[in-house]
Design a protein around this ligand. Structure first.
Ligand SMILES: O=C(O)/C=C/c1cccc(O)c1
Length: 527
């Protein structure tokens, strides 16, 4: 065995979630050891959709042009229709999201992972090890040791302060963590078929669910130049029967798809599930993505939830490793992320219940319910409700915390573009038409600098000032005016930490953050 390889953080699993957390920690200079059991990229489609929040997170690590190149914007509604193709429900996926990106985009996962891999490879402190299977994990008070066996049989010993399991549904890290699971008992088998049309084809709407009890079928984009079908297995049908390419082609026939006009990229039977681990942290071990939760795909939020986990964990781990706060901040990881993910699973099951019925009578009742308008409301997209937020303001101010912050087009120092690229990212303290440092004590400014905050005085386009950030497209004016606020503090994962209606109240907001962070440290010191 070789000497111990020591890291700040070990990431097990190098899919999109592992790549995101590795890149974010690597950007901060932390030594990240990434270990992936496969020795080459998976290469085939899996997730196909992300939303504006995730695209903005990708913008943290990938060039905007690359993200644009691999994604396609949804042009119309996501339609849920019955067997007669009468719409039962339409969800608008075509809007512009507040994060500076289209609300929803479709992509090809292999292309996404290529650009995320480039981001990781460009970071000198990220050590990527492909073809290494985790075989043993030992947790100590001050570190974790993990043994990995390479595909060549070499065994290496590693150590890190923290281990993050981004290792999917059959997580090795989870197996080494005491844990309990909540399972909502939603199980449905679908044959997933990914194709590349070899001639021009038009699909309107772009994303369609045909809730036909004779064969519930999904027909969505698979990213630029690709399409995906999902065919539900009927009672009595077995996974085994659906293994062959012939069965997939046969099911595609009624859609006008055949080997003469399309190439089949992948076909596989998946069991959709709705379940999660109850605690995503146990001492020095963490779970993220599919290792922590599984959702039916109908909201297109499986990978997106995992990327949110990565972003949430990364900024907290960064502060902790910097020594600005204690590791009890990491308890807020499950506290913040789990309820959010649960609500998305709830929404996915709402949709799943519409399509996953093969009972003709029940489908008829469902149709009547939706067509008469007498159906339960579609769940609202969740915000973050618990954790590292300011709740000390007025009811209106506190009502904005935990929501996503906007990203607009700005001009600053002769550069023009999306705020995060032009001004910077991390904690962002923003003052509308005033310098947000005004009124803060030196100590408060120092604390904000210690956590890597960006200070931005944002001014309207009509009143430009040389050192200020110019609100080119009016995004920030709309945000501040509509909400009746003058200052806002945004977290590195883009959630609103807190706002104030009057700039004179900013010091209390910052004081609150400072106390929240030091409280974590004091709590730890007292233990
Ligand atoms: O990206 C995914 O994991 C799933 C996307 C998706 C979108 C729309 C309908 C589906 O059944 C899946």
């Amino acid at each position: 065995m070789t000497n111990t390889h020591a890291y700040d953080v070990i990431v097990i699993g190098y899919g999109p979630v592992g790549k995101m957390v590795s890149a974010l920690l690597g950007q901060k200079g932390w030594n990240v050891g990434v270990f992936e059991r496969y020795d080459r990229p998976y290469g085939l489609p899996r997730a196909v959709k992300y939303d504006h929040e995730i695209t903005r997170l990708l913008q943290k690590i990938c060039p905007v042009e690359d993200i644009q190149r691999i994604s396609v914007k949804v042009p119309d509604n996501y339609v849920w229709c019955n067997a007669d193709r009468v719409p039962l429900l339409e969800i608008d996926w075509s809007q512009d999201g507040i994060s500076g990106w289209p609300a929803d985009m479709l992509f090809n996962q292999a292309e996404l992972e290529t650009i995320m891999n480039e981001a990781c490879e460009s970071l000198p402190s990220v050590d990527i090890n492909l073809g290494y299977n985790a075989i043993h994990l030992n947790e100590h008070e001050d570190q974790v040791n993990v043994l990995f066996k390479s595909i060549n049989g070499e065994v290496i010993n590693t150590a890190a302060k923290y281990v993050i399991g981004c290792d999917g549904a059959n997580s090795f890290v989870r197996d080494n963590m005491e844990h309990t699971i909540t399972d909502l008992g939603f199980y449905n088998d679908f044959l997933i078929v990914d194709i590349i049309p070899t001639e021009d084809m038009e699909f309107k709407p772009m994303n369609l669910q045909v809730c036909d009890p004779k064969r519930p079928t999904t027909c969505v984009s698979g990213g630029p130049g690709r399409r995906r079908w999902e065919f539900m297995l009927l009672p009595g049908e077995t996974k085994e029967e659906f293994k062959s390419e012939e069965v997939a082609w046969d099911l595609l026939k009624s859609w006008g798809i055949h080997p003469g006009n399309a190439k089949m990229e992948r076909h596989a039977v998946y069991t959709f599930k709705a379940k999660w681990v109850d605690q995503w942290r146990k001492n020095r071990l963490f779970l993220a993505g599919d290792a922590a939760h599984l959702t039916p795909p109908f909201m297109g939020q499986g990978m997106s939830s995992g990327i949110r986990d990565a972003a949430n964990l990364a900024w907290k781990m960064d502060l902790l490793l910097k020594g600005v706060t204690d590791d009890s901040i990491l308890d807020t990881y499950t506290e913040e992320r789990k309820p959010h993910m649960e609500k998305l699973i709830e929404a996915a099951i709402y949709l799943g219940k519409i399509i996953c019925t093969t009972d003709v009578e029940r489908a008829k009742q469902r149709d009547e319910q939706f067509l008469s308008g007498n159906f339960p409301p579609f769940p609202a997209f969740p915000t973050l409700t618990e954790g590292v937020f300011d709740r000390s303001g007025s009811e209106k101010e506190a009502g904005l915390t935990g929501h996503l912050s906007p990203q607009g087009i700005v001009e600053h120092n002769g550069q023009s573009g999306l705020f995060d690229n032009v001004v910077g990212q991390g904690w962002v303290l923003m003052g509308w038409n005033h310098d947000p440092k005004e009124g803060l004590t030196e100590q408060q400014i120092q604390m904000l600098e210690d956590i890597g905050a960006v200070f931005a005085k944002v001014v309207p386009k009509a009143q430009p000032e040389p050192a200020a950030v110019i609100d080119t497209d009016g995004t920030y004016e709309a945000f501040f005016r509509t909400n009746g606020i003058e200052v806002a503090l945004f977290r590195p994962d883009f959630y609103i930490y807190g706002v104030r209606g009057q700039k004179e109240e900013l010091p209390t907001l910052i004081q609150g953050l400072s106390e929240q962070l030091t409280q974590q440290t004091n709590l730890a010191n007292a233990r």
